[in-house]
Design a protein around this ligand. Structure first.
Ligand code: NAG
Length: 246
């Protein structure tokens, strides 16, 4: 079998799999005109929560403990390049819904979630200057976050496709508050453990400013991830499937 044939086959298999998706039977759907729509969604999330850990492919939700992101880059200007591989995020399934407002007519979603704890492990490769620090190294990185907040707003519109009504996203926004995490990077100075400890200490003392510096790229990376899921969900399922009339 030649390469192009393999490619065609795997694309067809992917399409076949995608169209076979359906909303899992353990999800209680929320009626569109439920006067307590928000509470219904919150209850539905609690119903699905036990499945978050392993992921829910039919809802495009990846395994969430750990949530694995193969790689991400955090470059800032010309002077700072950081890449992270095999990023493993633990405890993401423990999120709490702090606030939810949904309007399906105007298509407006306002959601605030908090993560009591997150642990992020990865393989880092950092080279450059940030604030007062010149950093160069690669190796394992570990970070603990507490009380991370995420505020999501989505505007959309309803439209018809092949006789079915769908939701399209017209505007989206994500704001993160990362608090004051604690990081440890192995191997900044392979031959000098003392200098490595010292550098980690300085990083942690300045972590709020460093993250502020990196905020645009962090926000964009997380945003692409989150809205990727939302977009796929709205593309795949019609209004009638997601929010039945009766
Ligand atoms: C993160 O928390 C775990 C569990 O409490 C701990 O073992 C690890 O050393 C922590 N990592 C950092 C960078 O503080």
């Amino acid at each position: 079998m030649n390469l192009s044939c393999t490619l065609v086959l795997s694309v067809l298999m992917c399409i076949g799999y995608a169209s076979a998706r359906k909303i899992p039977s353990y999800v209680t759907l929320c009626k569109r005109d439920d006067p307590k729509l928000e509470q219904c969604f919150i209850n539905a999330v609690e119903q699905i929560r036990p499945y978050f850990r392993a992921g829910v492919p039919d809802l495009f939700i990846p395994p969430m403990d750990p949530l694995v992101i193969p790689q991400a880059g955090l470059n800032s200007g010309d002077n700072f390049k950081a890449s992270f591989k095999n990023i493993q995020i633990y405890y993401a399934d423990e999120f709490k819904i702090e606030h939810l407002k949904v309007d399906l007519n105007k298509v407006y979603i306002d959601l605030i979630v908090s993560f009591p704890r997150l642990r992020i492990k990865s393989q880092y490769n950092i080279d450059g200057r940030i604030l007062i620090l010149t950093l160069k190294g690669q190796g394992p990185a570990d970070g603990n976050f507490t009380n991370v907040g995420a505020k999501l707003t989505v505007d959309g519109q309803r439209f018809f496709k092949k006789g079915k009504e769908y939701i399209g996203i017209t505007n989206k926004k994500l704001d993160l508050s990362l608090g004051k995490p604690v990081f440890y990077f192995d191997n900044f100075f392979r031959d000098n453990p003392e200098l490595n400890e010292q550098t980690n200490k300085i990083i942690n003392e300045n972590i709020v400013d460093i993250l502020d510096e990196l905020r645009p790229v962090v926000d964009q990376t997380v945003s692409e991830f989150v809205f990727g899921i939302v977009t796929r969900l709205f593309n795949r399922y019609s209004m009638d499937e997601l929010f039945p009339l009766n």
